[in-house]
Design a binder for this molecule. Structure first.
Ligand code: ADP
Length: 501
């Protein structure tokens, strides 16, 4: 199949979260299955044009009642294989993307012109295909910034406004929701930027309490849709966890499923991780002890093999349970570090209050260390060297870190939700079963008690800890498995697509 991935992020070019990992890894895995895969993303200011090849000529894109002009750059996705490489295209528009930030910046967290920027981007995907004379079977859109791709396909690109066959008559669309918490909701005054008629505003269901909702229109228009774990798919169908879109999703029940993300095993593999001091595996764990010692030294902690190290990496956002963990005066991190014989290492960035709080904990507690910022190297060292990995997420569509943790023999301590519930099995003291420690309620005391349980097991049931480690390390989270499920979803989308006769 010919597949065009439309997304706002893709590693190694632009990344704010797991979406970027998923887009590139899935593309590479589909290419290994023999599909012709191309990715299109905006050319943000940070992506150096000098490393890319420019396509000849400018490209006109209908936008806001007129036309915007842009350039297109291209390159091959690094590491996607010589025989059948994934081609990446970059839409280069100075006015929309030639600025610092993907969705916003610290002073303007959600750019005011985001509806125009991403509507333009979605329309440019179709113009790109015309320009390169390459028409995909599948248009695969990711999250709200690309959610107008299925809308444009359904209303105008597949069959013209008067019903004539368009160049995309053979194409079907798939929309993947990586996080339902972000929907692209804007004033409907900006709707004209889409170049769609007001009839489509209502037919496609853009309307959202007198606002305009990009993701909702995408959900209603895509031939097939999915999210990134079966557990999260089920949760999003409920009123309490559907972010006000559970009704729209229930309306598409037949076409909606969950496919677990994989992990990039070329990068996340303890047997050949370039950031670790020595390789290790489930049968040879000596390298993990070396990684732990190095991690403790790097963070200025006492080098102590007996003391359990709890790691945590990620965005400091409400979604990640940071209120319950780091909330000043009520969060559990302070009492965990005060009461338990452990070391706690945090790497990440996000909400300013939480960054300040983690730095404050670092200065008040000798066994808590925080590094604010983004570091590929430290993230590998934490996954490799820590004994436990904490993810008290409020919700988690899939989550990557718990999977990295499992294959690195670092036992996850997680809330029983979404992709975490799909990938971690709770410890059973009777049988030494399980691969991690889980809790249901998101409260400071539930986090405290579950970390306490893990620490108790560390000191009192070391043989269980080893058994669980080895069990987790044998798990297969490779993308190949997920790619086969996407292949199947694409086939269903092609069968399902609306055919005018
Ligand atoms: P989300 O997409 O909700 O942020 P995921 O767990 O799905 O969460 O993916 C986050 C990805 O970003 C993981 O690969 C994680 O290791 C990485 N990451 C997040 N913050 C940092 C950081 N400060 N340094 C290095 N990697 C990070």
């Amino acid at each position: 199949m010919k597949i065009l991935m439309a997304a706002s992020e893709a590693v190694p070019f632009a990344k704010t979260g797991g979406l970027a990992d998923a887009v590139s890894s899935l593309s590479a895995a589909l290419a290994s299955l023999g599909h012709e895969v191309r990715i299109v993303i905006p050319r943000y200011y940070r992506i150096d044009r000098g490393t890319l090849k420019k396509l000849e000529g400018a490209m006109g894109v209908p936008s806001g009642g007129g036309e915007e002009w842009c350039a297109v750059y291209t390159t091959e996705l690094p590491g996607s294989g010589k025989k059948n490489p994934v081609i990446v295209y970059f839409i280069d528009h100075e006015g929309f993307f030639g600025r610092e930030g993907i969705y916003g910046n610290p002073s303007e967290p959600d750019f005011l012109d985001n509806p125009r920027r991403f509507s333009f981007f979605c329309r440019s995907c179709f113009q790109l295909c015309r320009k390169i004379d390459w028409y995909p079977d599948i248009l695969h859109a990711h999250d709200w910034p690309a959610a107008l791709v299925p809308v444009f396909l359904k209303y105008g690109e597949r069959y013209g406004v008067s019903g004539e066959q368009g160049s995309f008559a053979g194409a079907a669309s798939v929309l993947t929701i990586h996080n339902l918490g972000y929907q692209g909701i804007y004033s409907k005054d900006s709707f004209s930027c889409t170049n769609l008629g007001w009839d489509v505003f209502y037919q496609a269901g853009f309307d959202d309490w007198n606002m305009m909702n990009f993701l909702k229109a995408g959900i209603n228009s895509a031939d097939k849709l999915n999210t990134v774990s079966p557990g999260y798919a089920r949760e999003t169908l409920t009123a309490s966890q559907g972010f006000r879109l559970s009704q729209a999703l229930n309306g598409r029940l037949e076409d909606y499923s969950g496919i677990l993300n994989g992990i990039d095993t070329r990068v996340w593999n303890p047997q050949k991780d370039k950031f670790l001091p020595a390789p290790f595996s489930s049968s040879e764990l000596g390298g993990k002890a070396k990684a732990k010692a190095l991690l403790q030294r790097r963070f200025g902690l006492k080098e102590s093999p007996e003391t359990p190290v709890i790691g945590m990496i990620g965005r400091l956002a409400e979604q990640k349970g940071i209120g319950e963990l780091f909330g000043p005066s009520y969060g559990s991190a302070w009492s965990i570090c005060r009461d338990m014989d452990i070391q706690f290492i945090f790497l990440g960035s996000g909400d300013i209050w939480a960054e300040n709080e983690t730095l404050s904990l670092s200065s008040r507690l000798s066994n808590f260390k925080a590094h604010i910022g983004y570091s590929e190297e430290l993230s590998h060292l934490i996954e490799g060297g820590a004994d436990f990995f904490l993810m008290p997420s409020r919700y988690e569509p899939c989550g990557l870190n718990q999977m990295y943790s499992l294959v690195y023999g670092t036992l996850p301590i997680v809330r029983n939700t979404g992709g975490l519930a799909d990938t971690v099995e709770n410890y059973n003291q009777e049988t030494a079963g399980g691969t991690g420690f889980m809790f249901d309620d998101l409260t400071p005391s539930a986090i405290y008690n579950t970390v306490g349980w893990a620490v108790w097991a560390w000191y009192n049931k070391p043989e269980d800890i080893l058994t669980m480690r080895r069990r987790g390390m044998k798990k297969d989270f490779s993308w190949e498995k997920s790619a086969l499920q996407y292949e199947d979803l694409y086939k269903q989308a092609l069968e399902k697509k609306e055919v005018l006769t």
